[in-house]
Design a binder for this molecule. Structure first.
Ligand SMILES: Cc1ncc(C[n+]2csc(CCOP(=O)(O)OP(=O)(O)O)c2C)c(N)n1
Ligand SMILES: [Mg+2]
Length: 353
């Protein structure tokens, strides 16, 4: 039952072939997906050891969505990264040690120990920290795209958001304004079949990718477990946006393989559905491609695991924040020279000229 409704509501997905990735890019995509999985697996253990406060949210099985899309974005572009999209922070250059420190509420975390959760964005990498209300980052990305257009800058904004977000008013407001103004913004709808315990057939009556047409711009469905397909769809959307062609809605069809958070045993998800998606694991998929290139995937995996072990040790050795600084940065200091958002890393070979 769940499978047939899934088919109806996600529609046919495309696997756009790309001629824009070098062998090094293909290895880089795999490396960042491995890194995301290793960091999140380690963080889940730390959560179970009581070292991560609150709950813990991961994107296990969805690594291709954030890594593939972020790989296509230039350093000067701006990203609104959500709770399943750790790979984007890694692509943009945030170190695993800082991320693990963040989860543990340590002083060396991205929010300097202000929280131990997913509401972070390192402004030095061009990423805006997410607010919890979903999908408010769609409106923020649309606003940034508006600024780029007004300043005549050749830049693009991108935001991820989930299937649950499509039922909220902000989703429609952002899409409408972006369409009316032909803004350089990419909306990546991460359709992982569930919004907490709500399956997609209780979330929408049509595939929301079709709504893009109603707002005057294209919507495409992409295999969200294929990093190269995600890259290519985003690369093409960015090219369109920079050329003045306006927004694109990309539906990344994927599956939430874990519970909503570490506290959720997802009893409500049919086991067969999870098993079906396990066969489509995005890391296995990219590993096979990279192995075909003659690259040693096992060695790469070992290297990534060693890096994350080192990062874990460093994060655990870091101090907790000084309580006396708790109210620092509640209000932004009026420093006219301060650059709020800086450029991030843009590792795709296509940006090197
Ligand atoms: C406006 C709003 N309502 C409820 C929540 C609580 N909440 C956080 S994540 C989540 C589920 C979101 O589902 P979806 O958009 O599909 O994203 P996913 O978690 O599946 O990636 C909910 C209900 C919220 N953050 N904001
Ligand atoms: Mg969802």
């Amino acid at each position: 039952m769940a499978t047939s409704s899934t088919e109806r509501l996600t529609g046919p997905t495309t696997h756009p072939e790309t001629a824009h990735l070098t062998p090094d890019d293909r290895v880089g995509l795999l490396r960042d997906m491995l890194l995301m999985r290793a960091v999140e697996s380690r963080a889940m253990n730390l959560y179970r050891q009581g070292k991560v406060p609150g709950s813990f949210y991961d994107g296990f099985g969805q690594e291709a969505v954030s890594v593939g899309a972020a790989w296509a974005m230039a350093a000067e572009d701006r990203l609104c990264v959500l709770h399943r999209d750790l790979g984007a922070h890694l692509v943009r250059g945030v170190s695993p040690a800082r991320i693990l420190s963040q989860y543990m509420g340590r002083a060396d975390g991205i929010t300097d120990g202000r929280e131990g959760n997913v509401h972070f964005g390192d402004r030095r990498t061009g990423c805006v920290g997410m607010v919890s209300m979903l999908p408010d980052m769609m409106v923020v990305a649309t606003g940034m795209a508006m600024a780029f257009k007004l300043r005549r800058e050749a830049r693009c904004a991108l935001t991820w958001f989930g299937d649950g977000s499509t039922s909220r008013g902000d989703f429609h407001e952002a899409m409408n304004w972006a369409g009316v103004q032909h803004l350089p913004v990419i909306f990546v709808l991460e359709n992982n079949q569930y919004a907490y315990s709500t399956p997609i057939d209780l979330q929408f009556a049509i595939n929301p990718v079709q709504r893009a047409e109603g707002y005057g711009f294209p919507g495409i469905s992409v295999d969200g477990n294929d990093a190269e397909a995600m890259f290519e769809a985003t690369r093409a959307a960015r090219e369109r946006a920079i050329a003045g062609g306006g927004p694109t809605l990309i539906e990344a069809v994927t599956m939430r393989m874990h519970g909503h958070g570490a506290h959720d045993d997802m009893k409500y998800v049919p086991k067969a559905l999870v098993e079906e998606w396990r066969k489509k694991d995005p890391i296995d998929r990219q590993s096979a491609r990279v192995a075909q290139l003659g690259h040693d995937v096992d060695a790469l995996r070992e290297e990534v695991l060693a890096l994350v072990e080192q990062a874990t040790k460093a994060a655990l050795a870091g101090p907790m924040p000084d309580p006396a600084t708790a109210t620092d940065r509640v209000f932004h200091p009026r420093d006219a020279d301060e650059i709020l958002l800086e450029d991030g890393a843009a590792p795709w070979s296509g940006f090197r000229s």
